[in-house]
Design a protein. Structure first.
Lengths: 360, 318
């Protein structure tokens, strides 16, 4: 995936390095910050993202934890209410489900329920797996669950240039923030000089590419697929606009509506199941706001409504990629897209690139 | 003698407040689920007398006694039950979500076992920040069946956090007795010791005994000797939720109820004071003073303005 993973260069930085850098900067900036999670100070350091934090800031501030997701989330919330700034990390979102009581009944509602008297400066990093047999319980992106709960903020990064500032602002936010990382993004690179400053204002909707023919709204790994598809389509004379919903809140959705007003077409790419999804929310909001501008029925490109199977042979039709995006756009445009050029999609289908040798 | 009188004042005050709520509940003006502490006042008073204002408390659904004993504002409590602007959360939380930060009562929450980890997190903050304060977490026997109790106790023991777990064992989870919830012979104290808590049990209706036991444990917790648990055996006089007696349902043996009623903390203290020679008229005066305070609190709550629903979306985010 050369479009996604640039050739290695000493001038490049990775998504993983940027996440690590943001955590170091935050720990440095706020002496009351604590950071904990299963495995954060083990030799693999959450795919390298938490490397050297315990060494730099001490085991009283950065520590591995008991296998107790629910109570540890409550402990994080309690410490945050008391005045600590807390970052928690889970290697897989699936394990975090044990903590939904603490998240939904306490963290999300605390400021509201106690009439603004207390706040919960807590960020929870959740990593979504994919492929290499991750299977039904290691590959779920349940972003719409979190987005549904008032009082939570949900940030779903996709690009190396912005991820450090996105994590930094999540940590420094005085509200509970769910920060959802796709595992296939960790080795994504960008030129060091294009990295946004840590304290850049948070953009909840980013327009990556302008185009007048069709609006593609995507987040997480699907942004990368959309950009590959956009390149391909451009060579065929079709110009798509690629819009990323970095945060799952609607304050900046006017950017999406403006885009659809211009293109009249909407394709939403979701890295989760399609039913009752973020994609559904985008489609319904756009339909409400831009009904007259739409020249085609909006479309969703999402995971099918069954769990990710484990076997290599079963997962081939499970995920959507740039090919599917190209086909959907062509259909909406009513054109045939001539073949000939090999689309730059993952091969084999269950790894993000040759660098990935499993198992996680 | 003065000590006994002080206990009596605190226990009776909570009793009279709860009875006043029960009496007025049928007016349909306090429209929120309310779990009264009647019968269980001594545990809260005994523990609170071992605490400083700067110590913090978390509690559960049956929190009125814990809130009041820690010094939580009576007016703000009653106004909260009436859903008024001057309620401790301005009508956002009701009886099950109390707070009085000035008094060190951080919060009570409604989901069983849910506030125990919060209290342990509060203690983690106190330890990391090297504060000389401790945290108390109150919960019932039912909460010891929740994973959050084990998980939080394990972490508290692991980090030797300054937290005192107080389990008020009133023998029922709503209507379910211990016999359908925990194996026979189970001891919450022994179980807690196995997890690594310094654990003791006490007659939870004997305020002096609770005070003595909690003082010893609080002292060790404050010195950094690790977390502790105090199990207070006690009994709920009225229904799980609401103002009424519910013994007509037949879920508790009449002999058992009778036995516990004889061990009522208010009656016990009253009898002790009388046999110690305190003049009955002094006790009547004390009761009158409390009743005046309660009357004032209800008048305050009723006069408080109603909160404005136009601001319902306020405080969604800090």
């Amino acid at each position: 995936m050369t479009g996604t993973y640039m050739p290695e260069s000493p001038n490049n930085t990775t998504f993983r390095e940027q996440l690590n850098l943001a955590q170091h900067a935050a720990m440095e900036a706020d002496k009351s910050m604590l950071s904990f999670g299963l495995g954060i100070s083990d030799p693999k350091a959450i795919f390298g993202t938490t490397a050297n934090l315990a060494e730099s800031f001490g085991s009283h501030r950065v520590f591995d934890m008991p296998t107790s997701e629910n109570a540890m989330t409550g402990i994080g919330i309690g410490a945050a209410i008391a005045g600590s700034r807390v970052l928690m990390t889970h290697q897989r979102m699936d394990f975090f489900l044990l903590a939904m009581d603490q998240l939904v009944n306490n963290a999300a509602k605390w400021h509201y329920m106690f009439n603004g008297q207390m706040k919960v400066p807590l960020t929870i990093r959740l990593i979504v797996g994919r492929g290499w047999g991750q299977g039904p319980t290691h590959a779920q992106n349940l972003q719409s669950w979190f987005a549904h709960v008032p009082g939570l903020k949900v940030v779903v990064p996709s690009k190396t240039d912005a991820v450090a500032s996105q994590l930094y602002s999540a940590i420094m936010d005085d509200n509970p923030v769910i920060f959802i990382e796709h595992r296939w993004l960790h080795e994504q690179q960008c030129g060091s000089t294009s990295v946004l400053p840590l304290q850049s204002p948070h953009e909840s909707v980013r327009v990556h590419r302008q185009g007048a023919d069709c609006t593609i709204v995507a987040n997480s790994f699907m942004v990368l697929e959309a950009l590959i598809a956009a390149d391909f389509l451009q060579h065929r004379g079709i110009n798509v606009e690629v819009v990323e919903t970095v945060s799952l809140e609607q304050s900046e959705w006017q950017k999406i509506y403006d885009s659809v007003e211009k293109t009249g077409r909407l394709l939403v790419c979701d890295s989760a199941h399609g039913h009752f999804s973020v994609a559904s929310e985008v489609v319904s909001s756009v339909t409400e706001q831009c009904f007259k501008a739409l020249t085609e029925a909006p479309r969703r490109l999402c995971l099918p409504p069954y769990p990710e199977p484990t076997s290599y042979y079963l997962t081939k039709p499970f995920y959507r990629n740039a090919n599917d995006i190209v086909a959907a756009v062509a259909e909406m445009m009513g054109v045939k897209v001539a073949g000939g050029i090999e689309l730059d999609v993952s091969t084999p289908h269950d790894v993000p690139g040759n660098w990935f040798k499993g198992p996680f | 003698m003065n000590k006994l009188l002080a206990y009596y004042h605190d226990v009776l005050r909570i009793r009279l407040i709860e009875e006043a709520i029960a009496t007025r509940y049928s007016d349909q003006q306090m429209r929120c689920p309310t779990h009264l502490s009647i019968g269980q006042e001594a545990a809260a008073v005994g523990v609170s007398r071992s605490l400083r204002v700067t110590d913090n408390v978390y509690s559960s659904h049956r929190a009125h006694a814990h809130y009041l004993a820690k010094g939580g504002s009576l007016k703000a409590l009653i106004a909260e039950l009436y859903g008024k602007q001057d309620g401790c959360t301005g009508g956002r939380g009701g009886s099950m979500h109390l707070t009085d930060l000035d008094a060190g009562f951080i919060a009570s929450t409604a989901i069983v076992g849910n506030s125990i980890p919060l209290a342990v997190g509060n203690a983690l903050h106190q330890q990391v920040q090297r504060l000389d304060h401790i945290t108390v977490t109150y919960f019932g026997d039912g909460a010891t069946e929740e994973g959050s109790f084990y998980e939080a106790a394990n972490f508290a023991a692991l980090k030797q956090l300054p937290v005192l777990f107080v389990c008020e064992n009133n023998r029922f989870s709503v209507y379910s007795p211990m016999t359908v919830r925990q194996p026979s012979g189970r001891s919450i104290v022994e179980l807690s010791r196995a997890i690594g808590l310094r654990a003791e049990e006490v007659d939870g209706n004997d305020v002096e005994a609770v005070h003595k036991a909690s003082e010893t444990l609080v002292d060790k917790v404050r010195k950094g000797e690790g977390p502790a648990l105090l199990e207070c055996h006690t009994y709920r006089h009225r229904e799980h939720c609401g103002p009424n007696f519910d013994d007509q349902l037949g879920y508790r043996a009449p002999e058992e109820v009778e036995q516990w009623m004889q061990r009522d903390p208010v009656t016990q203290l009253h009898n002790k004071l009388v046999s110690a020679g305190v003049d009955e008229s002094r006790l009547v005066l004390l009761k009158q003073q409390i009743e005046d305070e309660i009357y004032e609190a209800f008048a305050f709550a009723k006069a408080s303005s109603t909160p404005n629903p136009d601001y319902n979306d306020r405080y969604l985010y800090a």
